[in-house]
Design a protein. Structure first.
Lengths: 336, 550
């Protein structure tokens, strides 16, 4: 790794820290201006049998009646020392709560992404090389179709057919292999649409290039042409799309987890939003900011490796640019 | 030779007779109940899965014991001092007998010996004192709340000896005895209670003395309970004191209601909690067991704000009382499993009396009362008086899924009489902030509330002793206050009964409380294989006595 890479990484890391802190403070502000809090909401349930005076006493005992800025400072200073705090809802350490559910979400998100990639490549290949009589034109409509069907609908249909009708998986065991497989399909289908659209457009472009014509004239089979010559240059913008879909993967996993009954970050966020559990929300939003920033950083750093036409220039101020583009601009990797 | 003799002696008639006899014998044999498979014979072993729509918030015992969701788990992991059945009848459990003084300020509990928590600590007098103290006071700074409905008149408790506890109150507290069987009053090991709140919130670190122990759990996902083999102190009232029959119970969160029911239908699970009322008839027809136990408490109804015009007028309140067709609510929104209200408290509460006559649907009476009171029907069908329309705003209760549907039906019914009814639905948080008893823009507050003892009702309705002042009467109604004080001071159930009857009649006659229907807050759809499930006074299903048939 040369000095340009190190400087670039340091700059992006600094930006990441600022983004994370801003996300933390913004979450605090947004949740704080909403009426109620997890403790009052529970105490106000008529079944609890507490009078308003008793509720006020309990709120004061836990310091929730302190000025908002004092509460923010105390929360932020703990966060800066690595203490994510205690969940107001469950009274358990936030780090423990996240640690319990994170693996499930990572498995689902990774499987969903894998499904999306495989589907996108298959669709893109089909649109290019499938004979017209086998529905080549139909395949081009798939991305629009996938985008227009919400993943919870796909999830419910999959559960009904494969869970209840065919009995391939038990609905009440959502972490089993087959349940995870179908949850990944539900999550991956809408995301595959975006990747497929970009891939199809780039394949069309690359297939018209001279090098493709040369390869074809040498008698290369369609599959070899696709795998050896067209796929790699066409996938370059896909890296950016994948980085951008991380947000959708996280958002989609929330819905997919709820439909399939999986316990992950999505269900933790859902419970925390509905009960206004501020410490958990702040930690999860900060975590999401970290993931988002890191994934985009990785995407930028991977660019030069995938396309030799992209290179980083050697000073700390410089950014990844194409060989024929020396002007200053957006600090991301670009292609010619 | 032998063969020939055999066949030659077996004529067609004989063959027919023999075959018929054999068939008849087989039929008789199969018709007789086989001891091994009889529905009444418990089957040892087996595992069940209970699908639930939430696993609540925290697992701190004090904060979660009364949860509609976690209460199911606590009911199997912990015991109570006394048992309250579905009819509100109190019977011994961990306390095998009890006494009280003449003024109901001092109670003595005699505990069973040999009872232990799952961590090995004995359930003795000092453990019971530790529990009573934390139910009353909690540890507020740590976030451990008191039990809201535990008597506020508690003074202290002391261990007389290993199996005797004396509980002292500042004022007469007849409600203690039923309180000890209430879902909030779960016995937890003193070792657990001594832990900080963050440890109490970890279910695996909590020990009770119940028939099941927590084997594993994951927050917001599942709780798996396994049988405690040495359990031998169940409540005699359920007909069993030894270990449970089922090996394990898994409570699994499935938030989508249709998935819960479909999982039971496809035999992937055994119980679905909180199915939609509209599905119940079909499920029953398909052979599934549907249980809709009622809890002990107030019926679902409206507490009227008497400070707000026109509900400061008794005739308007009385017109409201007779203007609601309660049978139509049951026929339209619910199923025959729901019962008509007969008072403002559920009919299974000890002390509840039947005042159905005061709740009969009589729109003619309502119209007459409003006419007499000067409310004139306009061209649009809305009544007005002194230029003001007869309006009612209903705030649907977010804790009851069917609340808005009932409100819509009531709006139609009252609309025929001349009311203009507005319906406002809020989420739980906004409802808690904006909708309060006697609030400035809240003519009616929709009640869904259980309670332990009918004796506490009068205190809740008025503002005495930090009461909730449901009708915003403050001290204005001398008769209600007199009844409240007499009920609070009654030293025996017998002396209290006629006072409670008078209170119910008075509240309904005055139109302070407008009942809708008796409430069913817990709905269970169960596999037909699951037998002998019991329900306590709060409507929780107990699988301690249950088994799964072959």
């Amino acid at each position: 790794m040369n000095s340009a890479y190190r400087a670039y990484a340091a700059k992006r890391l600094f930006q990441a820290v600022v983004v994370i802190l801003l996300a933390y403070v913004l979450t605090f502000v947004v949740v704080s201006i909403l009426p109620g809090d997890p403790i009052t909401n529970v105490l106000r349930n008529p079944q609890s049998g507490f009078s308003e005076e008793e509720i006020a006493e309990i709120i004061a005992a836990q310091g929730l009646d302190r000025p908002v800025l004092v509460q923010l400072w105390s929360s932020l200073s703990a966060f800066l020392t690595g203490d994510l705090g205690i969940s107001m809802r469950s009274h358990r350490p936030v780090a423990t709560l996240i640690g319990e559910v994170l693996p499930s979400t990572l498995i689902l998100a990774a499987s969903g992404l894998l499904v999306a990639l495989v589907l996108a490549v298959v669709i893109a290949y089909g649109t290019r090389f499938l004979p017209k009589r086998y529905g080549q034109g139909l395949l081009r409509g798939f991305p629009s179709l996938f985008l227009s069907v919400p993943n919870f609908v796909i999830g419910l249909v999959l559960i009904h057919i494969f869970g209840f009708q065919l009995g391939i998986f038990r609905v009440i065991e959502p972490d089993s292999f087959w349940a995870t497989f179908f949850a990944a399909i539900a999550l991956g289908i809408p995301i595959s649409a975006q990747i497929a659209e970009v891939l199809i457009a780039n394949l069309d472009h690359e297939a018209d290039q001279e090098y493709a014509a040369v390869a074809r004239s040498r008698g290369l089979s369609k599959a070899r042409l696709f795998a050896r010559h067209l796929l790699k240059p066409s996938s370059l913008p896909v890296v950016t799309v994948i980085a951008l879909t991380i947000g959708e993967l996280l958002g989609g996993s929330l819905i997919t987890e709820t439909v399939f009954g999986r316990t992950g970050i999505g269900s933790l966020v859902q419970r925390s939003v509905s009960t206004q559990d501020l410490p958990v929300l702040q930690a999860v939003v900060s975590l999401a900011a970290v993931v988002f920033v890191v994934v985009n950083l990785i995407a930028d750093l991977v660019y030069p490796l995938l396309d030799p036409r992209v290179k980083l220039l050697g000073t700390p101020q410089r950014r990844p640019v194409t060989a024929d583009d020396n002007s200053s601009g957006i600090p991301t990797a670009v292609t010619s | 030779m032998i063969d020939r003799l055999f066949f030659s002696s077996l004529s067609r008639r004989r063959l027919l007779t023999a075959t018929s006899a054999l068939a008849f014998a087989a039929l008789v044999t199969t018709m007789q109940p086989s001891p091994a498979f009889s529905a009444d014979t418990p089957v040892e072993g087996g595992d069940i899965t209970f699908l639930i729509d939430s696993l609540g918030d925290t697992w701190i015992p004090n904060n979660s014991a009364i949860s509609s969701f976690q209460g199911h788990i606590w009911g199997h992991v912990t015991d109570k001092l006394l048992y309250v059945d579905a009819d509100g009848k109190v019977s011994p459990w961990i306390a095998e007998r009890w006494e009280q003084n003449d003024t109901a300020t001092e109670f003595t509990l005699h505990l069973k010996s040999g009872v232990t928590f799952s961590d090995g600590t004995p359930v003795d007098a000092s453990a019971v004192v530790a529990n009573l103290d934390i139910w009353y006071a909690g540890r507020k700074k740590e976030g451990i709340n008191p039990i809201g409905l535990f008597p506020k008149t508690y003074d202290h408790a002391e261990a007389v000896d290993a199996t005797t506890v004396k509980v002292i109150f500042k004022k007469p507290t007849l409600g203690l005895i039923p309180t000890l069987g209430y879902h909030g009053s779960i016995l937890i090991s003193p070792k657990t209670l001594a832990q900080p709140a963050t440890d109490q919130a970890d279910l695996s670190k909590t020990s009770g003395s119940g028939p099941y122990v927590v084997e594993s759990w994951k927050e917001g996902d599942f709780v798996k309970l396994v049988k405690r083999k040495d359990y031998n102190w169940g409540p005699a009232a359920v007909g069993q004191t030894g270990p449970a029959h089922l090996d394990s119970i898994t409570y699994k969160l499935v938030s989508e209601p249709s998935l819960r029911v479909a999982s039971v239908q496809s035999e992937q699970a055994d119980v679905a909690y909180n199915a939609s009322p509209q599905e119940l008839v079909t499920l029953q027809d398909d052979g599934f067991t549907v249980a809709t136990p009622r809890y002990l408490g107030f019926v679902n109804g409206l507490a009227i704000n008497t400070k707000l015009a026109p509900y400061d007028d008794v005739k308007v309140r009385q017109a409201l009382q007779s203007g609601i067709n309660r049978q139509e609510i049951i026929d339209t929104v619910y199923t025959p499993d729901w019962k008509l209200a007969t008072s403002f408290i559920q009919s299974n509460v000890p002390g509840a009396t039947d005042h159905s006559d005061l709740l009969a649907y009589n729109p003619e009476k309502s119209e007459k009362l409003l006419d007499e009171d000067g409310w004139v029907k306009g061209a649009d069908g809305i009544r007005t008086k002194d230029g003001k329309a007869l309006t009612l705003t209903l705030h649907s209760n977010p804790y009851l899924a069917t609340s808005k549907s009932v409100d819509e039906l009531i709006a139609q019914q009252l609309g025929k009489i001349g009311w203009k009814v507005n319906i406002q639905a809020y989420d739980v948080v906004t409802f808690g902030e904006k909708v309060k008893y006697g609030g400035p823009a809240i003519p009616a507050y929709e009640v869904t509330r259980s309670f332990i003892d009918a004796g506490t009702v009068a205190g809740i309705l008025t503002n005495a002793n930090n009461g909730e002042n449901w009708f915003a009467l403050d001290e204005r109604d001398a008769k209600l206050n007199e009844l409240r004080d007499k009920i609070a001071g009654a030293a025996s159930i017998d002396a209290r009964a006629p006072l409670l009857d008078e209170l119910q009649k008075y509240i309904l006659e005055q139109g302070y409380f407008i009942p809708r229907t008796q409430i069913v807050q817990r709905i269970y759809v169960q596999s037909p294989k699951l037998k002998n499930v019991t329900y306590n006074g709060i409507g929780y299903a107990s699988y301690y006595t249950a088994w799964k048939s072959e």
